[in-house]
Design a protein around this ligand. Structure first.
Ligand SMILES: [Mg+2]
Length: 391
């Protein structure tokens, strides 16, 4: 496991070769005729992107034969043989942590680069906001996520709100308590006597909705304060700082039998209220599926993964391999308006597969966003892919 991970972190092909002597090109792992290859090398010409909620897991329980399906993408020795990643709009914890959790639940080795969450594209905004005060909103560890990406001055909404007395007039009626975090490295700890940033003087330069907000009322109130005032709650109106959402899912399938309101629902609530109380309409950017950017990014990650895993034993054309395209990338999802719409919009080489284990339960294909294939479970989807790619 450690060696596998070190390969994915290796900065050069040579380093990668040293790190993983066990890893062999796929052609050596499978009989030649069983696998479709492209013209330039010995690697599978396809990759797979799995949605998580409603496809792989419901809550924390594996569904649809997902552990078996994933195991078939590894050799008997547990070496990855098909490049795949998880492409989820969810999040709230750093990718490394999510990878460990998925490895445990699904009983296969999953590395951090194989986990692309809704907020993963936020790291691309690092050069803009690296040393600026930013606020991170949502369940889990939103500030820790942003700190891991390299942002230096990040406060969670819990911590930020705690600097302003009476900013939430309803807080006295809330019986829950903000989790006390003793870890000194965490940015989510409540107010300390010597605040790291002077929230009363430093303007918030951007707000990031990292994961589903927990306290909608407080968060909408404080975000309206930040956004209307130009970054200083309680002050005169100013220019709206940039606002970023990790995704825009209206609903998603969790443990409860019917769908739950997602980040898109929170966005609508915030936007509706903000536009009623502010002269200029809310400006924002949403990432996550079905944004085609997310699919292009996933393709780049899969290429990198493939060259890390399969390139190290090939002494030539490593660069060429990194750049060469996949013939097919399969998107396996449960939500037609997110997973299937996104894969369709991304176009070639994406091929969409819709499962019936989550949001979609229809007998036939979805009418508005029909998938290239509809199956009952993720296990059926992977069986289909491996059969199709071996002919
Ligand atoms: Mg889903």
């Amino acid at each position: 496991m450690r060696r596998f991970l070190s390969v994915l972190r290796a900065s050069s092909p040579a380093e990668a070769r040293r790190a993983l002597p066990l890893c062999r090109p796929y052609s050596l792992l499978q009989p030649q005729q069983e696998q479709q290859h492209d013209q330039t090398g010995d690697r599978p010409s396809f990759g797979i992107a799995f949605d998580i909620d409603g496809v792989i897991l419901r809550g924390r329980t594996p569904i649809g034969g997902s552990p078996q399906a994933l195991r078939s993408l590894y050799t008997d020795d547990g070496i990855l043989k098909i490049p795949f990643l998880f492409l989820t709009n969810g999040g709230g914890v750093p990718e490394s942590k999510r990878a460990s959790e998925l490895s445990r639940l699904l009983e296969v080795d999953i590395s951090a680069p194989q986990v692309v969450q809704g907020h993963s594209p936020f790291k691309r905004l690092l050069s803009r906001f690296e040393n600026e005060l930013i606020v991170a909103v949502g369940k889990g560890e939103p500030a820790e996520v942003m700190s891991e990406y390299g942002f230096k001055k990040v406060l969670s909404m819990d911590e930020y709100a705690s600097y302003f007395d009476e900013i939430d007039p309803l807080s006295q009626y809330k019986t829950w308590t903000v989790r006390q975090i003793t870890d000194n490295n965490s940015n989510s700890k409540p107010r300390d006597p010597h605040p790291r940033f002077d929230a009363h003087r430093s303007k918030v330069q951007a707000a990031f909705i990292v994961s589903d907000p927990v306290d909608w009322g407080r968060d909408i109130q404080v975000l309206c304060d930040i956004l209307r005032s130009g970054g200083l709650p309680g002050k005169e109106n100013g220019n709206q700082p940039p606002l970023f959402f990790a995704s825009d899912d209206l609903e998603y399938q969790a443990v409860f039998p019917s769908e739950r309101l997602g980040m898109g629902a929170f966005r609508i609530a915030l936007e509706s209220i903000f536009n009623r109380i502010n002269q200029n309409p809310l400006q924002y950017t949403s990432f996550g599926k079905p944004n085609p950017f997310v699919f292009q990014n996933a393709e780049a990650v899969l290429k990198q993964l493939r060259s890390n895993i399969f390139g190290m034993m090939l002494t030539e054309n490593v660069r060429e391999m990194e750049g060469s395209s996949f013939k097919t990338i399969y998107m396996i999802g449960d939500n037609p308006s997110v997973d299937i719409k996104g894969a369709k919009k991304a176009g070639r080489p994406w091929f969409s597969i819709l499962t019936r284990t989550g949001v979609f339960r229809g007998k036939e294909n979805h009418s508005e966003f029909p998938a290239d294939l509809v199956v009952d479970t993720v296990e059926e989807a992977v069986d289909y892919i491996l059969r199709r790619e071996s002919t």
